[in-house]
Design a protein around this ligand. Structure first.
Ligand SMILES: [Zn+2]
Length: 236
């Protein structure tokens, strides 16, 4: 209990967590702060909290179609950190350490602000594509024991198919996009694996699309369906 007393200057408990996570400490400071971390749970928690943010930010920045898991992870880490740390900082940490509790909080505040910025950027970027969230739609499949789901994210869709029968010789599966009127052909022609699996991106945007269909067609595809659909996914 008395091992960690009010720190004198230079013991490492003074806002070194953020530069440590960002790799901004000098070699000497790094050695000192690592040693300090061994004995200081407050700094360890600070580093852990900042590490979550540091790990998430580079992944978030270039991500155009932000997966919803990432956002949930960011938000839940923010939500998980805030009340817990507020309580700790006010009570035990400040009682034990005095000043450091105050000096740690601006660093955490910056980290939380960075997460908030990242989340807003993600929402703006993916919002432009027609919805920030990922929807998974179960499709109707005529073949027994087969299944297909349509994953819609950022205005685009992907078909995940399992257990489909093999195409007959010289035939392929063709993906169709139905808005108002007749189904329009796509250049998404595919066959399934020996297990009957396939993952197929639906070309173009799903904006205004009502249904996504799959039919069996002669090799090279057709310009209008020649058979009844084997997969129907209702998008709207
Ligand atoms: Zn410390």
């Amino acid at each position: 209990m008395s091992s960690h007393v009010t720190p004198p200057a230079g013991n490492g408990c003074e806002g070194n967590a953020a530069p440590y996570v960002l790799g901004a400490l000098s070699d000497q400071e790094l050695v000192a702060f690592r040693a300090h971390l061994e004995s200081c749970s407050v700094c360890r928690e600070e580093v852990a909290a900042l590490q979550v943010v540091a790990n998430a930010l580079p992944a978030a920045a270039p991500q155009l179609n932000a997966p919803s898991e990432l956002k949930q992870r960011l938000m839940s880490s923010v939500e998980a950190e805030l009340p817990a740390r507020a309580g700790r900082d006010r009570s035990s940490a400040r009682r034990r350490l005095g000043l450091p509790a105050l000096s740690l909080r601006p660093a955490l505040g910056l980290a939380v602000a960075a997460v908030a910025v990242a989340v807003v950027v993600i929402a703006l970027v993916s919002g432009g594509g027609g919805g920030a969230s990922t929807r998974v739609i179960q499709a109707q499949v005529t073949a027994p024991h087969a299944s297909a789901s349509l994953r819609v994210s950022g205005g685009h869709a992907e078909l995940n198919i399992a257990g489909m029968p093999q195409t007959e010789p010289n035939r392929v599966y063709e993906v169709w996009v139905k808005r108002a009127g007749a189904p329009q052909p796509t250049d998404a022609l595919f066959t399934v694996t020996a297990k009957g699996d396939a993952t197929v991106g639906v070309p173009g945007s799903v904006a205004g699309v009502k249904e996504i269909l799959v039919t069996s067609e002669p090799e090279g595809g057709s310009s209008a369906p020649t058979r009844t659909p084997v997969i129907v996914a209702n998008v709207s």
